[in-house]
Design a protein around this ligand. Sequence first.
Ligand code: C2E
Ligand code: CA
Ligand code: CA
Length: 460
Amino acid sequence: MKIIITILAIALILVAVALLFSIRRIRELEIGFKKADHTDKMTGLLNRDGFMEQGELALKAAQSRGEPMFLIVFDVEELGRINTFFGTDVGDEVVKAFAFAAKAAVIKGGISGRVNTDDFAVLVPCSGNAEADEVTNVFMDAVMSCFDNDTLRENVNFFAGVCEFDGHDDIYTMYNKASLCLFAKESDRRVSFFTREMEDSMVEKELLRSEMLAALETGQFELYYQPKISFKTGEIRGLEALIRWHHPTKGFVPPSEFIPLAEKSGIITKIDEWGLFTACRQSKTWQDNGMRPVKISVNMSQSQFYRTDVYSTISAALAETRLDPKWLEVEVTETMAMQDIDRTISVLNKLRELGVSVSMDDFGSGYSSLSSLKTIPLDILKIDRSLVCDLDENKVSKQITNAIVELGKAMELVVLAEGVETRGQIDFLTEIGCDLAQGYFYSKPRPAKDIESLLMPLIS
Ligand code: C2E
Ligand code: CA
Ligand code: CA
């Protein structure tokens, strides 16, 4: 009996030990799993959840010590474009370079993490804005030190949003504020510090954004048309469609106020699509009513050009409205065309094959290389208003304008001067052989019904 009891006791002890071990193993696995769950696989940095958890603890510690802390969010600029054009291997290399820089930034203390696919965050003790700014410089140097070729150095950039710990905010609030800086960035500055005004203006912008969506649905947008006039004959050779917003309470809102925001918030592609269909439909209606047909031009935003299938949209607009492609022109700005010259060439070639004309808008305001210009398929060169408005008194503007007209002629393009307002400008532009003029001297942009009288009916 004694032996049996001893054996049973030993067996019980063995079972208990085994149980203890397996519980410990499960705990270990759980901890390991939790850790893995908080780690970004590619970079080994904390992921979003991990960063937030550790960040909250770090803030509490800083609060009790009265230590100043800064949260900096680094947004890799156009990682998607890098992946598309250079391949995902290169994209991964860029991500790893940012991870390296994020680790380097907290070498003296703080925490770092990859909080989104293309966002890195560091929470660091800094004495003030100047030191936080310095952290971003060190960060950039560390990113660049990872690349062994100039192509990557030239194509990789980031924006940083910075938020100082006010002693009360939790990590999520700070993160939202730093992210707001990224969204609110208005200048070309790489680093932007959170301010109360920024928050207020963001609320206003958010309101404007939803108002723009409502405006599309309720027909508050209207296209005005500005004539393009031949210097030689004084005839209308084309019309540029320019959007106008009749806001229910604010009244008239100029495009300079809402187009940049529409561009930032992604609504511009919807607005441009509306503008394209409306302009094509209007042009066809005029023709069907027996008016003299003229080319109608529409402005294309950077987002529409690079982020949508413009060729399909334009083909669809032409098919739906039954407008002959030869009466449609698209305006792309110089700065936009030069962003990605290969894509520009391929898209514009397809549009021209379709029979649509292409003009380069705002020419002379950007920094295009003239050698690239000759490779871009174009029909019309539009000289920027900033040059034209100076013609009466600025000799250099005259010389540049003359050179642009000569360049256009050499490339067999039609050259148009934008913003023509005075007789003096007309005399000079006619003398140097500029083909077309657009400007207040002839006509401001006008609603469709006012344009009709200018498009003389065809006499059959
Ligand atoms: P833009 O494409 O360069 O259009 C020419 C602008 O110059 C128009 O301003 C026009 O009203 C103005 N303008 C024309 N002649 C004169 C002149 O003699 N003197 C002066 N001071 N200004 C003149 P608007 O209509 O305010 O449009 C501003 C910009 O907004 C346009 O510049 C274009 O970039 C953008 N935009 C307008 N409509 C659309 C649209 O439907 N889609 C897109 N993506 N952008 C648009
Ligand atoms: Ca234009
Ligand atoms: Ca222009």
